[in-house]
Structure formats: C-alpha cells, structure tokens
Design a protein around this ligand. Structure first.
Ligand code: ZN
Ligand code: ZN
Length: 369
C-alpha cells in the first residue's frame, strides 16, 4: 500500500465517520432537546421545592417494620429502614424521590424491623448526622449497622432530649429516650417531634408505656396533628394518657399484612376510634404520604375505615418458615416459648429470621427447626 492509497483510505474513513456522526447527531437531536427541556423542568421543580416550605412525610410500606422518609426544601431525613430484606427497597424508594444524601438518619432502636435495612442506606447514601440510642445489641443485624458506620467513617450522635435540629424550614426535637431502660430495646426508642409551621408530627418508634410516661413527665409539648402509632399498634404503647396528650387528628400505623404479632391491637384501634382519630395503615394502603404546607396537611389516600385488628399467629397460613421462635438479646440459640433459658429479653421472631441471624436450636427446649 503506497502513501497515496493510505491517505485516500484515511479520507474515506474520515468521511464515513463524519457521516455516521452527523446521522447519529440528527437522530439524537430531538431526544437531546427533550432531555434538556426535561432537565430544565427538573431544575425548576427542584428550585420550586427548594424555596417551598412544604414538608413531605413518606410512611414507606416495608411490611412489618418502620421506615419514614421526611423531605423539606431539598433536605432529607430517614427514620428507620425496615427489616434486613428491605434495605434495597428503601434505597430505591429514596432514589425515586431524588434523594442523594441524607441530612439525618435515625435508627430508633436496635430491633431488626427498624435497623435491618439501615446498613444498605448507610453504605449507599452520604449521611450527615446518624442518631442511634445508647444501647448496644450483639445481633448480626446491629453489627452490620456498626460495620457500615465505621466503613463510611460516620460518628454516632446520641439523642439528647430537648435538642432541636433544622430540616430546611422545618425542625425536629428529640423527645425520647428519657433515661436508661436496661435491656428493653423498645423503650430505648428515639422519639422525635417534627414541626413545620403549625403542623406537628410525632414519632416514637416502638416505645412502651414506661417510655411514654417519661415523655409525658419531661415537660415537652407532645401535641401533634399526626401521630405515628408506637410499636406497630401494639398494646405495649399508646396508653390512654399518652394519646390524650398527643391528641392527634390523624394516626399512621406501619404494620405488616397478616403479621404474627397481632398488630395492630384491637384496644389501640378502639382508643383511636373513640378519640375520633383518622387512621392510615401501611398493611392496607401501602406507602402513605402526608404533605404539610405549614398550615394544612394533605394525604395521598383516604384514611382506612376497616378498624381491623391483627390476629396473633397471623391470618396467613403458617409454613415452617413462619413458625415463631423466641430469642434473647445475647444468646446464640433460639428457643420454644417458656424455655428456662429465656431471660428478661425474651423476644418473638420467625424461625426464618432466627436462622438468618445464625442462631442454633436450643438443646433443652427443642424449638421447631
Ligand atoms: Zn418494631
Ligand atoms: Zn422493637
């Protein structure tokens, strides 16, 4: 091949490349124009969001567990992240809401249905302030959270009752835990009151009656428009006195369909009903979104009117995987109900969850395997 030929071939290739480039450019032009328009729209709505004083509260349907995303003026906060198998779901929900990083993450207490999915969130999003109560747990789930914390070099912020944080134009105040609750993880739940203008939302994790008494005694105004019902509607929380102090218009119960715990409890539903509270629930309505403009609150769906209580053992047919076993905070075994090795920290989990945690059947009580 002489130099001249090489040059001709080069020119031919260059011409072809230019042609391809042009035709590709032609094809792409309308799409690109649309893309730019869309982008401009996005920027505009983001700007609109930025200077709007709207606060959005997303009660994400994570089955049996809690995960609440709160957005205000481009700022984001997550309270809990569902069970171990829900981390990816929470991650994609956050992405669907254009969340890129989180100003605040609260793991209310070390139970799996609250912090199970938290490790995924901590890894996938940059989190500024991570609030965890000062109680340890030696479960694999909790260790995963701590591993994610150290991997991302996050420091733990301990909740201090009365402390207030800004979230855009809104703010939230820590209302619990008020003291040391020993091994009672639920009572250690971080409680927060979110305020946007005149609108107030109260979250108390799985707090029980003792923790509620202490909140009532600490002098903070607990009254709220929206009350996220403690402990998935269990009768361990939402005492009459507490409900009277909160006096909500609306309540949201984050609870799994046909869960084996009997959540929500009939008595709690009756209390809410007789207090004239409208109830939303994730087992019936999926993810529920409340939008506060500082004066009024609007909802993504109408309240539930089923007032249907959960059944212990669940209404779903029980398979071996749904057998309930008992575990303790620190033991390496799982047990049948009433086993003599079950201490103060006796807790029900499914057999599947016990196995997932790497626990072995107790040799003394012969639980299901
Ligand atoms: Zn829970
Ligand atoms: Zn709990």
């Amino acid at each position: 091949m002489n130099g001249n030929n090489r040059q001709k071939r080069y020119i031919a290739w260059a011409a072809l490349a230019l042609l391809l480039c042009l035709s590709a450019g032609c094809k792409q032009a309308p799409g690109e124009a649309l893309g730019t328009a869309e982008k401009a729209q996005e920027v505009r709505s983001a700007e609109k969001k930025q200077d709007s004083s709207d606060l959005e509260v997303h009660f994400i349907d994570v089955g049996q567990g809690d995960a609440t995303l709160i957005l205000c003026g481009g700022h984001a906060m997550l309270i809990d992240a569902g069970d171990n198998d829900k981390g990816t779901l929470v991650q994609s929900y956050l992405r669907s809401q254009a969340v890129e990083n989180l100003d605040y993450v609260i793991g209310t207490h070390p139970d799996a249905d609250h912090i199970g999915g938290l490790d995924v969130v901590l890894y996938k999003f940059d989190c500024e302030t991570v609030i965890l109560p000062d109680i340890d747990s030696d479960t694999k789930t909790y260790e995963d959270v701590l591993a994610a914390m150290s991997e991302k070099d996050y420091a733990v912020t301990r909740p201090v009752v009365g402390q207030t944080y800004a979230l855009g134009d809104a703010e939230f105040t820590i209302v619990a835990p008020n003291r040391d609750y020993g091994n009672d993880k639920n009572d250690w739940s971080v409680g927060v009151l979110v305020q946007n203008g005149e609108n107030r939302f109260l979250f108390t994790g799985d707090a029980g009656e003792d923790a509620e008494k202490d909140m009532l005694a600490n002098g903070i105004d607990l009254s709220a428009d929206v009350y996220k019902v403690a402990h998935h509607g269990s009768d361990t929380g939402t005492s009459e006195a507490f409900l009277e102090a909160v006096a909500p218009d609306w309540a949201v119960i984050s609870v799994g369909e046909d869960n084996s715990y009997g959540h929500p409890d009939a008595q709690v539903l009756n209390e809410l009903r007789s207090a004239g509270v409208s109830v939303f629930r994730t087992d019936e309505q999926g993810t529920i979104v409340a939008v506060s403009d500082g004066i009024e609150i609007t909802w993504s769906c109408s309240p539930s009117d089923s007032w249907k209580a959960g059944e212990r053992g669940g209404a779903a047919p029980q398979s071996a995987a749904e057998d309930v076993v008992h575990i303790t905070d620190s033991g390496s075994k799982y047990h049948a109900a009433g086993c003599r090795y079950l201490g103060q920290s006796d807790r029900e989990v499914t057999l599947a969850e016990a196995k997932e945690r790497g626990l072995e059947p107790c040799g003394a009580c012969h639980p299901p395997q």
